[in-house]
Write a protein that binds this ligand. Structure first.
Ligand code: PA5
Length: 421
């Protein structure tokens, strides 16, 4: 398991002294992460988490996941932002083969259409709730929890207590008080880990384990990444952070994360939140965007190839797939008969190579991150890689990677408009 950064398409840009200077700054920012000497360093708990986590709580997570799987058809995860994106990303990438428990997500919007769909999906099923909120006061999950808890109690009466699992602050907050009063099993969002860095804590691990995914393997992959990426000396996370900032300073203000695997779509969303909320502040920040190819080659592909030159692209190149399908023999007269007998993975791989060539030829700086396999270990590795890269990159930009003051503005207005006292 490993992750390799392929810079072959931008070699012509990074050979000079200007990139060497940016790389030096990335090394210094990496040291800042290692020493814990930068802004927001009280939120560095994610850095050592893959090795240094609460073993008792981890065992409780596994145990609760077993019970959830045994007693239910569906687990409703209620949370927004960092409280759901990581779990959804991992489950959508790795959970496809599991025909056991279904995990669905609520409280990630204020849409009654979405909540109504969740309620319909629960009809006639046995279900449980995992409500996740570090603060315990976020409007979207708080409202969804009120509604879903009432339905759960209507269905199971006192037995609802055994089907509510709360993940929140260890000691403080409204949700903790509610959990204690209701007698619900609780799990902890560690004090020193912010929402978007929390997928490898109980926040992500409980839903992921409930979906039947091997969380030991996920943590093993993250631990291997920690070993590789938290030593002094160069590593691909330092190089990735350096390249992002180098390109940003050259006027490439938008980074598109692109993958040729549709089940990566939610991982794109997790990545966008991680980088967007960490870096977009003080009037600065690379705008994170994402595409799924080849689907989006038939929508935004035109813009990437030919539009305003402000984009650089980071491809996630999945070097192998757990399954493959062969194109049948024969010719439909559409000029594609030459594909007969070829594997879809092979064709997809060629589409990736062709796109990287076309876009870089069109003036889009292209980097690739090569991941050997889609499995829990490699995805754990990727998650940790992105977290450490993001912290380095944000320090290079000169912002605090771990706060999100801008999120409050809409909330303050909304509360005023809703007449909050
Ligand atoms: O990364 C973050 O800190 C945020 O995205 C939070 O996860 C999100 O706002 C939800 O907050 P909470 O877990 O307090 O409900």
């Amino acid at each position: 398991m490993s992750l390799k950064l392929d810079t072959r398409y931008i070699e012509n840009m990074i050979g000079g002294a200007d990139f060497a200077g940016v790389l030096e700054r990335a090394r210094a920012a990496h040291e800042t992460v290692l020493r814990g000497s930068g802004a927001g360093s009280e939120f560095l708990g994610w850095r050592d988490l893959p090795a240094d986590y609460d073993r008792d709580e981890y065992a409780r997570v596994k145990n609760a996941a077993e019970r959830i799987r045994r007693d239910n058809d569906v687990l409703v995860v209620i949370g927004i932002g960092g409280s759901y994106l990581g779990a959804r990303a991992v489950i959508e990438l790795l959970g496809g083969a599991d025909d056991g428990l279904e995990v669905i997500f609520a409280g990630k919007s204020l849409s009654s259409i979405e909540l109504d769909q969740v309620l319909r999906a629960l009809d006639g099923k046995d279900w449980a709730i995992n409500v996740i909120s570090k603060s315990g006061t976020t409007t979207e999950p708080a409202v969804a929890f009120r509604i879903l808890r009432e339905k759960l109690i209507a269905k199971y009466g006192d037995g609802a207590r055994e089907r509510i699992f709360v993940t929140t602050d260890a000691a403080r907050g409204t949700l903790k008080e509610l959990a204690d009063a209701g007698g619900y099993e609780t799990f902890t969002v560690p004090d020193d880990i912010g929402g978007r860095y929390s997928v490898l804590s109980s926040v992500g691990l409980l839903p992921i384990a409930a979906a039947g995914i091997d969380i030991d393997a996920l943590m093993r992959g993250a631990a291997a990444a920690r070993d590789d990426l938290t030593k002094s000396g160069d590593n691909p996370a330092i190089q990735y952070a350096a390249l992002r900032n180098f390109l940003y300073e050259k006027g490439y203000l938008v980074e598109v994360l692109a993958c040729f695997e549709p089940s990566f779509a939610s991982m794109n969303e997790w990545w966008k939140q991680l980088f967007g909320e960490s870096e977009g502040k003080d009037g600065k920040g690379i705008l994170p965007d994402s595409l799924i190819f080849t689907t989006d080659l038939h929508s935004l592909g035109q813009y990437v190839q030919d539009g305003r030159r402000q984009i650089f692209e980071t491809f996630i190149n999945l070097e192998s797939s757990p399954v493959d399908v062969e194109v049948p023999a024969g010719d439909d007269g559409d000029g594609l008969g030459f594909l007969a007998g070829k594997s879809l993975n092979f064709i997809n791989q060629k589409a990736y190579e062709a796109t990287a060539l076309a876009h870089s030829g069109g003036g889009v700086p292209v980097l690739s991150l090569n991941l050997p396999k889609i499995d829990a270990e490699n995805i754990g590795y990727l998650i940790y890689f992105m977290e450490v890269s993001c912290a380095i990159s944000a320090y290079m930009l000169g912002v605090n990677p771990f706060n999100q003051p801008g999120v409050e503005a809409y909330k303050n207005n909304m509360f005023k408009l809703l007449g909050k006292k």
